[in-house]
Design a binder for this molecule. Structure first.
Ligand SMILES: [Zn+2]
Length: 181
């Protein structure tokens, strides 16, 4: 096999993003127990997937891997990339309230205002297993809460009124039916 072929195969791949109502999005993610090449590859592939979407955050459930692993990058796109990785995250404290219009790569064609904590402290591990403590506010606090929700099988649409959710589900069913026809 030509050298270039190998190089191409080891470069990050764009993964399939699972969409609501696929069941993997409702799974409780398992803790990451060991760090190996396979995990690093998953992180790189998730990064590629998030940037190409484009998105600012992605949880492992969303690519069909129910592992407690999330990535995010809130750097403005014209300032390059700074991929942040968080494994086995835990919200250790939260305060205040903030409302953001949220959207999700796994919830097609929908956004809604969601009320969350304005400030959170999150503890976890980076991609090398080093403990990290993060104090976040504003969009970063929203992003971390949204992604940690994913790891608990929760979606932002679980935070909106049941009426709004029902209307979205109905619209989604129509959209999916149209795709099939
Ligand atoms: Zn999401």
């Amino acid at each position: 096999m030509h050298e270039d072929t190998k190089e191409l195969m080891s470069s990050p791949q764009i993964m399939k993003i699972y969409k609501f109502p696929e069941p993997v999005l409702r799974e409780q993610a398992e803790p990451v127990e060991g760090i190996d090449d396979e995990l690093q590859k998953l992180i790189d592939d998730m990064g590629e997937t998030m940037y190409s979407a484009p998105g600012i955050g992605l949880a492992a459930n969303q690519v069909g891997e129910p592992l407690q692993l999330l990535i995010y990058d809130l750097t403005p796109r014209d300032q390059g990339r700074n991929l942040c990785v968080l494994m086995n995250p835990e919200i250790v404290s939260a305060e205040g309230e903030i409302i953001y219009d949220e959207a999700c790569l796994s919830v097609i064609d929908f956004s809604a205002e969601v009320k969350r904590h304005a400030m959170v402290k999150v503890r976890g591990f980076d991609r090398h297993g080093k403990p990290v403590d993060i104090e976040a506010e504003g969009l970063m606090a929203v992003c971390l809460q949204h992604e940690i929700d994913h790891l608990n099988g929760k979606l932002f649409i679980d935070h909106i009124s049941s009426l709004k959710r029902a209307l979205y589900k109905r619209r989604l069913q129509k959209m999916l039916k149209k795709e099939k026809d």
